[in-house]
Design a binder for this molecule. Structure first.
Ligand SMILES: *Cc1c(COP(=O)(O)O)cnc(C)c1O
Length: 354
């Protein structure tokens, strides 16, 4: 049954426009579960926003977006010769490959056509990319003519801390290899607006293009309303045994069956607002239900997160409501708090066609 994401269309689109207006070179990112919306929908929305480039996470994601967005496609994960999708798109004129190993760069440069490449400089994330010496060599290889150089990429750690010092140091190094003016573009991530402004001031030869997912699609959570459907409702008395695991009801109340389960990404832990150790200790001290192995669910009834009566099933979950809580009728929808990057909704419903 249905787990739905309701979207206040006006509000969401106004937010998207505002973010783009504040960062003209912005490159929307559509990857993974499409931030809850699905990559196809995000691709169409990127076209509507009028950007010229969309970033995807992997080569496998290209098929979902290529027919829905007309511009260039930047693949964020690095090109690898053993990946069939990477080979298939090797000379694709719309695809920009991110390259971070010299052997991969040589392979692309020596093969057919002139693949479009972005050279990735490793950052403190330590995930992918050339170190300083390798970048120097990469600059040499990419000058041989077998490639179209489309810029240098820096993938910075998650937002919240200033990366300015690190970016300046890495860009100085890029400039030192002679790449700066040749590439013209620095693809960055997770920089604040002031940081971008400061960089643009310091590096006038470079165009900074920020790849943004979360802050764009999920930057105004008040436009988003995830809801689950009440599927069934069973009154129980304290001590009644129920279902799979031979649990017994802790008190009088209601077992409420709602849509959304492991297949949707509904997890046993409350996905947000992790109570933390202190809260856990408090609840243990109070001998609360959660101390007895009852876990707070992401489903909300009468303004409160209700306990899971048992671990989520594949497509439905079972909640326990104490007797004082009025069970919502079957068919009604209730709010559910989700982590958007791990949730697969059955439907995404806009308040308007916009
Ligand atoms: C996923 C990704 C982003 C976007 O991350 P958000 O935190 O969702 O904005 C940016 N850059 C790179 C390289 C990524 O892989």
């Amino acid at each position: 049954m249905t787990l739905s994401l309701y979207v206040d269309g006006d509000r969401w689109r106004a937010h998207l426009r505002r973010v783009l207006a504040g960062q003209p070179g912005l490159v929307p990112v559509a990857k993974g579960n499409g931030y809850g919306f699905g990559n196809g929908r995000l691709a169409r929305r990127a076209g509507w926003l009028g950007v010229d480039t969309l970033a995807v996470g992997t080569y496998d994601e290209i098929d979902d977006v290529a027919g829905r967005f007309d511009g260039d496609l930047l693949v964020l994960s690095p090109w690898r010769p053993f990946h069939p999708g990477a080979q298939q798109h090797r000379e694709d004129p719309r695809v920009l490959h991110t390259v971070g190993r010299l052997e991969d760069l040589a392979d692309l440069a020596d093969g057919p056509g002139r693949p479009r490449v972005v050279l990735e400089r490793a950052t403190s994330m330590q995930r992918h990319g050339f170190d300083g010496d390798e970048l120097r060599e990469a600059a040499r290889v990419s000058g041989r003519g077998g490639l179209r150089l489309e810029g240098v990429a820096l993938h910075l750690p998650l937002p919240g801390t200033s990366h300015l010092t690190e970016v300046h140091r890495l860009l100085a190094e890029v400039a030192d290899t002679g790449l700066g003016p040749r590439t013209g573009t620095a693809w960055v991530s997770h920089l604040g607006a002031e940081e971008l402004d400061a960089l643009a001031g310091s590096w006038p030869d470079l165009r900074f293009r920020q790849r943004v997912g979360t802050a764009l699609w999920l930057g105004d959570l008040r436009a988003l309303h995830p809801r689950a459907t009440v599927l069934d409702s069973h009154p129980v008395s304290r001590g009644d045994a129920y279902v799979y695991r031979g649990r017994t009801a802790p008190r009088d109340g209601t077992l409420l069956v709602v849509s959304g389960g492991t297949a949707h990404g509904i997890a046993l832990e409350a996905p947000t607002g992790d109570p933390g150790m202190r809260a856990k200790a408090v609840s243990l001290a109070k001998g609360g239900l959660d101390a007895a192995g009852w876990v707070r669910s992401p489903y909300v009834v009468e303004g409160k997160h209700r306990l899971f009566a048992e671990p989520p099933h594949m497509q439905a979950s079972m909640l326990f409501l104490p007797a004082r809580v009025h069970p919502p009728p079957v068919g009604e929808e209730i709010p559910v708090r989700v982590r958007y990057t791990t949730t697969s909704f059955d439907r995404v419903v806009f308040s308007d066609p916009g």
